[in-house]
Design a protein around this ligand. Structure first.
Ligand SMILES: [Zn+2]
Length: 297
């Protein structure tokens, strides 16, 4: 008998954590955010929930990783954080700039109550569910064209160039890629006249699921992976083999992947540990920012 044939059964505690971590952490984060809305401090409580999620996932990545090798330093931590901050900074600056020049009066229906066909009379929970479903159509296509249109892929390749998945590369997007996704996803919501509370909820849920999706934690999902974008599905999306990689474009729920035939999952074999892109990406943050603009031979 070789060593590799001896596989210890997971302990009951580890097994319980593996099955409950994804839905449990998401539920706790949603509950904290809901409390934030109740006491009129949604941003503060969202940040508390996001920080708590990061601490829990970081601890789980160290104690029960999905791929042990992904816990090793790849030299990209600074670039990951720099891309995250740049993306957020650029998007927020554009929102502030449009507010300063008065553009939001025309593009933000929040400023025009009664605008659009959004069902504002529905209970908030139902509006948030509707928002997740409707916005996903935009998120899905924003992501899919980033893979299928070569000039957009150059920007999205910055996200896919990592050789390991963990919570710190959740926000690693070239700012052009980030801006395009938010613009397309949110444009639908703005056109329908969704109120600010719904948009805030949508952003919060997307942020929680996004960090969970990238975590390197050994979790089990069962039927949840049919409905939601779980780490299990997103690991296929980061495969170098495009038969697996050009799949699972959804951000939060898998509805549009099912409808457009791009859903992929199998438990017959593990997703690849060797992930990344099939072209070279410079290691430095500034070179990565410039890389998509460079002419190809
Ligand atoms: Zn992608």
């Amino acid at each position: 008998m070789t060593d590799s044939s001896i596989i210890a059964a997971p302990s009951p505690l580890r097994s319980t954590v593996a099955w409950t971590a994804w839905p449990g952490l998401l539920a706790v984060c949603v509950a904290i955010t809901a409390y934030g809305f109740k006491v009129d401090h949604p941003a503060l409580f969202f940040n508390v929930a996001y920080a708590l999620l990061a601490i829990c996932l970081y601890t789980l990545e160290r104690t029960m990783p999905h791929e042990r090798g992904w816990n090793e330093n790849d030299g990209q931590t600074f670039a990951n954080i720099a891309h995250t901050l740049t993306s957020k900074g650029v998007v927020q600056s554009l929102v502030i700039f449009s507010a300063v020049i008065g553009l939001t009066v025309y593009i933000t229906p929040v400023a025009q109550p009664g605008y659009g066909i959004w069902p504002r009379a529905w209970p908030m929970a139902a509006q948030v569910v509707l928002a997740v479903v409707v916005a996903e159509f935009g998120f899905y296509w924003a992501h899919r064209i980033a893979h299928e249109w070569p000039w957009l892929w150059r920007f999205h390749a910055v996200h896919h160039s990592v050789t390991r998945l963990w919570i710190v590369n959740t926000g690693r997007f070239h700012f052009v890629d980030s801006f395009k996704s938010i613009l397309i996803g949110m444009a639908i919501m703005l056109a329908l006249g969704a109120p600010m509370e719904v948009l805030t909820w949508l952003s919060a849920v997307t942020a929680f699921i996004g960090m969970l999706t990238h975590c390197n934690v050994d979790m089990r999902f069962g039927p949840l992976s049919w409905w939601f974008n779980t780490p299990e599905l997103h690991r296929w999306h980061h495969s170098k083999d495009l038969r697996e990689g050009n799949k699972n474009y959804s951000e939060n729920i898998m509805l549009w992947d099912h409808l457009f035939g791009t859903y992929y999952n199998t438990r017959d074999y593990r997703p690849p540990a060797d992930i990344g892109i099939n072209e070279p990406m410079p290691p430095g943050f500034l070179q990565q920012l410039a890389w998509p603009f460079k002419k190809r031979a």
